[in-house]
Write a protein that binds this ligand. Structure first.
Ligand code: FAD
Length: 425
């Protein structure tokens, strides 16, 4: 099988990487200058920095500041190639992938295609709630929140106003907690100035979590502290509570009660995506692809999975799989790049946990570092520093820094712009 998507033909072995997220991009960059032809395929033409999606949704930073065109990164690397198309299926017998643009042969295939939002089988939640798993979805969220306030300002019906202003967030992980905090800060500092005619005592921000605590992957201390911070910001947190249904603005809860909100944001979980051509038995817990300690997909010598998409078997320290975070994705990419370049001595992957951080609001963050755990203003500055340094591109870092500094001193978010195609009513 030859490729038919206009790739240079030479005698280099070809590594096809699916996904230009944290894992795929790091792997490609590390293989720059290697004897391989490296082809990265992504359905988007940019790398996105997911940890700051919630700030895009809360009008804090521009989407372009956390997105970076893959082609710009590859400009100076002659053995790296990018194709903007979608993986459809894999033929492991004949070593090729089928994409939306055509077939491409591989010598090595690396699946770094991440995960999708998990609605736990509920079609209504999928149709009616707002996810936040891509830059486009974060922009959509920003539009929805802003347009709801515009609509609330156009009605005199108090019930309709309360419904439009209220926000329900499902999932008490870092994403849900950070987003709840950011919207609560908008309610405190920004929205009342923009909409002086609205009564903000009607605006509820509710966070629902099925588990008995928030920030499940972090220490008890961090979970407790986050609850205190959320209470300080006026977020109503409901633990041990599931959302059963959401239709026609009605949120039905597992205790039989219900409430009304126009915007329900779903951050309650993720699930891997099965690729046609790979046996379903290879997908294990969380629909992640089972891999060995070298990231080989079980049973294959030349097919790998890295990052959120994979579940590593045989690591006794992580019997439930590694956490689905950027550091795991990056470290697996580094290890695989090293192995692919080493030829003979392959090294098993070992995760080095550098700690976890979550921010709830201005001067309020929690930090679980390997040596010690702390919270408050120092944790917040550490969060700012770590996230700023992790963003791809000096220009993006600069713009995010300027935005943060501006909103810190002015207590304002300058990006409350509703950009969507105008539709005649
Ligand atoms: C809102 C949010 C906040 C987060 N906050 C943090 C945080 O604070 N700290 C942290 O460590 N982690 C955080 N994470 C998790 C972190 O973003 C992931 O662990 C990380 O992105 C995983 O990297 P990856 O390369 O495996 O997948 P991704 O970064 O998701 O990349 C997958 C790529 O594959 C592409 N793709 C998918 N399917 C296809 C297909 N069929 N064809 C072609 N391309 C495809 C996608 O477009 C994407 O570019 C957060 C995640 C979210 C959603």
């Amino acid at each position: 099988m030859e490729n038919n998507i206009n790739l240079p033909r030479n005698n280099k072995k070809r590594i096809v990487i699916i996904g230009a997220g944290f894992a795929g991009l790091k792997l490609a960059r590390k293989l720059s200058g290697s004897p391989y032809q490296v082809v990265v395929i992504d359905k988007q033409n940019f790398h996105q920095f997911q940890p700051l999606f919630y700030q895009v949704a809360a009008s804090g930073i521009e989407p372009s500041s956390i997105s970076f065109p893959v082609r710009k990164i590859f400009q100076t690397h002659s053995n790296l190639h990018f194709r903007n198309t979608e993986l459809l299926s894999v033929d492991t017998d004949h070593q090729y992938v089928i994409t939306g643009a055509g077939e491409i042969h591989y010598d090595y295939l690396v699946l770094a295609n991440g995960v999708n939002t998990n609605y736990f089988g509920s079609d209504k939640l999928e149709k009616n709630s707002l996810p936040m798993k891509s830059t486009a979805e974060a922009i959509n969220l920003r539009n929805r929140i802003l347009s709801s306030f515009e609509k609330a300002n156009l009605t005199e019906d108090p019930k309709e106003q309360a419904k439009l202003m209220s926000v329900v967030i499902v999932g008490g992980g870092p994403t849900g907690v950070e987003l709840a905090g950011a919207i609560a800060e908008m309610r405190r500092y920004v929205l009342p100035k923009d909409y002086p005619e609205l009564d903000f005592s009607k605006m509820k921000i509710c966070l629902y979590e099925a588990a008995p605590r928030v920030l499940n992957g972090m220490s008890d201390n961090a979970g407790q502290k986050a609850l205190q911070y959320l209470a300080k910001l006026g977020v109503e947190v409901h633990l041990n509570m599931r959302i059963e249904d959401y239709d026609d603005d009605k949120v039905s809860l597992s205790d039989g009660q219900s409430l009304y909100a126009r915007n329900l944001i779903w951050t309650a979980g993720v699930s891997g995506q099965q690729t046609k051509g790979l046996a379903t038995e290879l997908y294990v817990r969380g629909n992640r692809l089972a891999v060995d300690q070298y990231n080989h997909v079980i049973g294959f010598e030349n097919v790998f999975a890295i990052g959120d998409a994979c579940f590593m078997e045989g690591d006794e320290s992580y019997p439930n799989g590694h956490p689905q975070v950027a550091q795991v994705a990056i470290q697996q990419a580094l290890n695989l790049a090293r192995n692919l370049k080493a030829n003979n001595t392959w090294k098993a992957f070992r995760y080095t946990d550098k700690g976890s951080l979550a921010t709830i609001g201005r001067n309020m963050a929690v930090a679980d570092l390997p040596a010690f755990k702390f919270s408050g203003v120092f944790a917040w500055f550490l969060w700012l520093f770590v996230h700023l340094m992790a963003i791809v591109g000096v220009k993006n870092r600069f713009f995010v820094f300027v935005n943060w500094a501006q909103s810190y001193f002015s207590r304002d978010q300058s990006l409350r712009i509703l950009i969507s195609p105008y539709r005649k009513k």
